[in-house]
Design a protein around this ligand. Structure first.
Ligand code: F6P
Length: 491
C-alpha cells in the first residue's frame, strides 16, 4: 500500500447497515442516527458561493447526499449576536448557524485560528503571532459553539467536527455530558511533533484531540506527526493499529484523504463549452497554450514562486514567449490578517514586473485576477487549460488538483503540475510532481507539460482518474462515518 492510500476498512466497519432510502440518517446496529456536521464555515442554501473554500464545498457535497444537520458560523459579524442559532432547511439538510461578535471574530477567527494555527500547521512558525488574548477567544468561541449545539443533539446523533478552528469543541461537548460518538477531521496538515511544540498550549490542544473518538487526517505524514507527539510528549500508548491511549482516553486516528464529486465536476466541465465565459476565454487566448492556477490568496499556496517559475521559463526559453498564457485566479481571503495584506502587495508587484518585462502590445503573459468565479465556470476554464499549476508550499490536500483532473477531456487531457508538499501528491503520483521551492525545476516541469505527447498525457490522466473515482467524496464520507459508528457499536 502506498503512503496516503485509503486505509483498509476495519472488519468492525461491517457493523453499519446500508443507508435507508431517505438517506437522511445512518443506521448503526439497531439505532438510527442523524449525521451532525460542525465546521467554522457553513455554506448557505442555494448553492455554494463562488468563494467558498474547498472545505465548505466538500462538506456540502458530502451532506447533500446523506442529509443531516450542518452547524457553524454564519459568516456574519453582528453587533449583538443572538443566542439562538438561525435555522434553515433544504430538503434532508438542516443548517444551524450562529453570528460572531466583532471580538470573537478578531480573537478566535482572525487571531488564534488564522494567525497562530494556520501558519504553524503550514510550517510557517515565523509567522505565528501567539497571544493569550487570541487563545482565550478561541476557547471561548469553542465553548459557546458547544453550549449552543448541545441542546440540539439527541443521544443518537453522530457528531463530526471539522478543521483547526474547532479542535476543543469535542471536549467541550463531553463536559456538557454528550456521550455519543464524536469525530474530528483535520483538513490542513498536522505538523511534525517538534514544530507543534512551538505552540505554548500544545499539550492542551492534543488533549482536546484525544477527547474525540476518531481523529482523521489527510495523509500518513499528518497522522505520523500526531502519533509522534502522543508517543514522545503525552506518554501515549499504542493499543493496536491506529488506537491510542492518552490523557486517560482512548482515541482512534486514521488517514482519510478527502475526495471530490467526480461526476458533477466532469459534467460541469463538459457543459461549459458554448457558454459566454468560455467563448470569451477562448477568443482571448487564441491558439496559445493556456496554463491556470486557482488558489485562495494565501501564503501557503506558493504564488510568488510560481510566478517566478513562469518568468524563468520566459527568460530561458524564448520560444514560449507569445505562445503561452498563465491565468492565475486568486480571490482575496482573510484580508484583515497583515501577512495577507503584505502578500497581496508583493504578488501584484511581481505580476506587474513580469508583464512589463515580457509583455507585448498584443500579448499579456500573466493574467492575475483577484476575484472569484463559480465552480461551474472554473470547471470549464480547467478543461480549456493545457496545464494546471498547483504548487503550494504546504497544503492539507488541495482539491483544485483533483478538480482539474476531473475536468479534463479523455481524448486530450491536460497536465497537472503538483507540489510534493500538497496532500494530493500522495494519491496523484502520475502528476508532474515538483518541489515548489525549486524555481528552475518548476520552469522545467512547465516545459515538460507543454511538450508532453498526448499518449503520455492520456496515460497519466487515466491513472489519476481511477484514484479519484475510487476515493470520491461519497467514499470519503462513508469511510469516516462508518469508522465512527463502528467505534460506538464496540463500546
Ligand atoms: O481548508 C482549509 C480552510 O481553512 C477551511 O477550514 C476554510 O473554510 C477554507 O480553508 C477557507 O478559509 P476561510 O474559511 O478562512 O475563508
Amino acid at each position: 500500500m502506498r503512503e496516503g492510500d485509503a486505509v483498509t476498512a476495519d472488519p468492525a466497519d461491517t457493523a453499519i447497515d446500508p443507508l435507508p432510502p431517505d438517506r437522511a440518517y445512518y443506521r448503526v446496529g439497531r439505532a438510527t442516527r442523524r449525521l451532525v456536521v460542525v465546521s467554522n464555515r457553513v455554506t448557505p442554501m442555494g448553492g455554494a458561493k463562488p468563494d467558498s473554500g474547498g472545505l465548505a464545498m466538500a462538506i456540502r457535497s458530502a451532506l447533500q447526499e446523506s442529509g443531516g444537520m450542518w452547524f457553524g458560523w454564519s459568516g456574519e459579524v453582528a453587533e449583538e449576536p443572538t443566542d439562538e442559532p438561525g435555522i434553515a432547511v433544504d430538503g434532508p439538510l438542516t443548517f444551524a448557524t450562529l453570528d460572531l461578535s466583532r471580538r470573537d471574530y478578531d480573537e478566535y477567527y482572525i487571531g488564534y485560528a488564522n494567525r497562530v494555527l494556520w501558519p504553524l500547521f503550514h510550517y510557517r512558525s515565523e509567522l505565528v503571532e501567539f497571544s493569550r488574548r487570541y487563545l482565550a477567544g478561541y476557547l471561548r468561541v469553542n465553548q459557546m459553539f458547544a453550549q449552543r449545539l448541545a441542546p440540539m443533539l439527541s443521544t443518537q446523533d453522530l457528531v463530526w467536527v471539522h478543521d483547526y478552528h474547532l479542535i476543543p469543541l469535542g471536549e467541550e461537548l463531553r463536559k456538557l455530558g454528550r456521550t455519543q460518538p464524536i469525530g474530528f477531521f483535520l483538513h490542513t496538515p498536522f505538523p511534525a511533533a517538534e514544530l507543534f511544540r512551538v505552540l505554548p498550549n500544545h499539550r492542551d490542544l492534543v488533549r482536546s484531540l484525544c477527547a474525540y473518538d476518531l481523529v482523521g487526517f489527510q495523509t500518513q505524514q499528518d497522522l505520523d506527526g500526531f502519533r509522534d507527539y502522543l508517543l514522545r510528549w503525552a506518554r501515549g500508548e499504542e493499543l493496536g493499529r491506529g488506537v491510542w491511549q492518552a490523557f486517560g482516553r482512548i482515541v482512534r486516528a486514521q488517514v482519510f484523504p478527502i475526495g471530490i464529486d467526480v461526476g458533477t465536476v466532469a459534467a460541469q466541465a463538459a457543459n461549459a463549452d458554448g457558454t459566454r465565459h468560455m467563448g470569451r476565454l477562448r477568443q482571448s487566448v487564441g491558439n496559445r497554450a493556456l496554463m491556470i492556477g486557482v488558489d485562495r490568496l494565501d501564503y501557503s499556496k506558493g504564488l510568488a514562486a510560481r510566478f517566478q517559475a513562469y518568468s524563468h521559463l520566459l527568460e530561458t526559453h524564448q520560444e514560449t514567449r507569445g505562445r503561452t498564457v498563465l491565468i492565475q485566479i486568486a480571490p482575496p481571503s482573510r484580508s484583515e490578517v497583515p501577512e495577507y495584506q503584505e502578500m497581496r502587495k508583493t504578488l501584484a508587484a511581481v505580476a506587474g514586473q513580469i508583464n512589463s518585462r515580457y509583455g507585448e502590445f498584443d500579448w499579456t503573459p500573466l493574467r492575475y485576477i483577484n476575484k472569484s468565479f463559480s465552480h461551474q465556470i472554473l470547471a470549464g476554464f480547467f478543461r480549456a487549460s493545457r496545464i494546471a499549476l498547483v504548487t503550494s508550499l504546504r497544503d492539507g490536500m488541495n482539491l483544485v488538483a483533483k478538480e482539474y483532473v476531473a475536468s479534463q477531456p479523455a481524448d486530450d487531457p491536460g497536465v497537472l503540475i503538483l507540489s510534493c508538499f500538497a496532500g494530493a501528491a500522495r494519491e496523484l503520483g502520475e502528476a508532474v510532481i515538483v518541489n515548489p521551492f525549486d524555481i528552475e525545476g518548476m520552469a522545467e516541469a512547465i516545459l515538460q507539460g507543454l511538450n508532453m505527447p498526448v499518449g503520455e498525457r492520456k496515460e497519466r490522466w487515466a491513472a489519476m482518474m481511477k484514484v479519484l473515482e475510487r476515493n470520491d467524496i461519497t467514499a470519503w464520507r462513508e469511510r469516516f462515518v462508518r469508522a465512527l459508528s463502528a467505534i460506538d457499536t464496540r463500546r
